[in-house]
Write a protein that binds this ligand. Sequence first.
Ligand SMILES: *[C@@H]1O[C@H](CO)[C@@H](O)[C@H](O)[C@H]1NC(C)=O
Ligand SMILES: *[C@@H]1O[C@H](CO)[C@@H](O)[C@H](O)[C@H]1NC(C)=O
Ligand SMILES: *[C@@H]1O[C@H](CO)[C@@H](O)[C@H](O)[C@H]1NC(C)=O
Ligand SMILES: *[C@@H]1O[C@H](CO)[C@@H](O)[C@H](O)[C@H]1NC(C)=O
Ligand SMILES: *[C@@H]1O[C@H](CO)[C@@H](O)[C@H](O)[C@H]1NC(C)=O
Length: 494
Amino acid sequence: MCFATAVLIMTLFNFILAFTHKVNAQEFPPDFKFGIATASYQIEGAWNEDGKGENIWDHFTHTSSDKIFDHSNADVACDSYHKYETDIALLKELGVDFYRFSLSWPRILPTGYVDDGVNQAGVEYYNNILNLLDQNGIEAMVTLYHWDLPQHLHERMGGWLNETIVDIFAKYADLAFHIFGERVKYWTTFNEPYIFCQYGYENGTYAPGLASNRGVDVYVCGHNILKSHAAAYDIYDKTYRKKQKGKISIVLTAIWAKPSTYTRKDFEAAERNLQFQFGWFAHPIIKGNYPQVMINRIGERSTKEGFKKSRLPKFTNEEVRQIKDTYDFIGVNHYTTTMVKWMDDVQIGEPSAFNDLSVEEYYKDSWKSSGSAWLKVVPYGIRDMCKWIKKNYNNPSIIITENGYSDPKLILHDFNRTIFYKEYLKYLLQAVYDDRVDIQGYTVWSLLDNFEWNQGYSAKFGLYAINFTDPNRTRIPKDSANFYKAIVKTRRLK
Ligand SMILES: *[C@@H]1O[C@H](CO)[C@@H](O)[C@H](O)[C@H]1NC(C)=O
Ligand SMILES: *[C@@H]1O[C@H](CO)[C@@H](O)[C@H](O)[C@H]1NC(C)=O
Ligand SMILES: *[C@@H]1O[C@H](CO)[C@@H](O)[C@H](O)[C@H]1NC(C)=O
Ligand SMILES: *[C@@H]1O[C@H](CO)[C@@H](O)[C@H](O)[C@H]1NC(C)=O
Ligand SMILES: *[C@@H]1O[C@H](CO)[C@@H](O)[C@H](O)[C@H]1NC(C)=O
């Protein structure tokens, strides 16, 4: 066939494809999966029951309650440790394909170390959840680490700042695969390391609350996370994948960065922002090693600051190989967008991750607010973010592992949340059909109003409300629960 004919046929083909997609643009692909998410510390409560060890958020909220907006903690939270059957009934009611939840490491291993012994009650708790999900035909997507490090590890060996945690984490992961893996369809190692390294080890507003070694610890944290992730992936791949047939990856922060103007400088600043955020973890995992812009900038600034080595740790060639290609899909947590503007590099002085990046960020006045200062409603951002990942990161399979909206108070007729989901899903469908991004699933954050880290109970993300002064912690459906239920049922937006 001559070239011109081939081009003509391809054009016709694309035209027909585009036409069918317009017709079906409201409909999700047949194998697309819908889920909903929670995390252990935010919902479980029972912080010291049945042999569970203390975690860094237990410790942080108990010792630095001034850092939590309403001085609260998650000692009881949604009491899901005792109410998991109720929660699973809600999942059944919603009709979701999968439930994304996390394991509390110290509930299973009170000190964090496998050798110190397994807490059987903790294992039973997750066994019960997995069995009940299975009985209800709901797939499990399990996060190994959603920010609740055993406090013992932090105190005894420095937690994520000590390289020996790689092996300690790998042993925990191995145990989890061994005990639970038959019933787990999707594993993710870490939830949003960008956030917990940044806010736990540089900014200090999250547990463990460190901010004393700025521009250094934050990158050590990220470095050890990447190595731990790769070690866990390797164990799953070699020992469990064949038998358990699940998938495994990591969940990354994905805040879309929109250039302030259409100038080369603002584009460069926005791109740099994305590389220092998403690329910090995605680049080593998908392409190998850190983004060049991070290596260059942090290296140059470190030299000027008088450091002998770059504050960004270096991977050996062997480590680059070990970390590359450790994903079966990419978990993307997307909520919001930031405007990014060029600024001249912050002068050499105090080292900090913020100075390494050196961009100006702001929100547009026209963007709608939510109950969280950081969460502005920018629906097209989810499409642009997915498109950017496809283009820059080898078109990976993507699962949106979190997306959601917070109200500032208990509201059952949560019109704003419903609009949020309607709009974001509209743009997600455009990413699927118009941009052909390989998006395989979508996850609402969250099932329940819960403990929202340093915002305490003041930011409410649930499709089900909880009145936290009610000792029963009764779950009450919001309008958005019915809205999501209809989408999951019809597989359509309208
Ligand atoms: C790192 O952890 C190991 C044990 O895992 C410990 O022997 C060592 O002292 C720790 N290093 C630091 C700097 O805390
Ligand atoms: C931590 O982050 C918050 C929010 O971005 C900011 O207002 C605060 O100044 C930061 N604190 C430090 C110590 O960096
Ligand atoms: C819904 O959003 C609008 C626009 O941002 C805001 O004015 C209103 O207060 C919100 N409603 C609730 C119940 O939060
Ligand atoms: C929450 O529960 C408490 C105690 O049961 C009750 O007094 C209060 O009115 C409830 N608040 C709301 C908003 O329902
Ligand atoms: C809590 O549950 C008990 C027993 O089911 C019930 O009698 C009581 O009314 C409930 N309280 C609230 C505030 O819902």
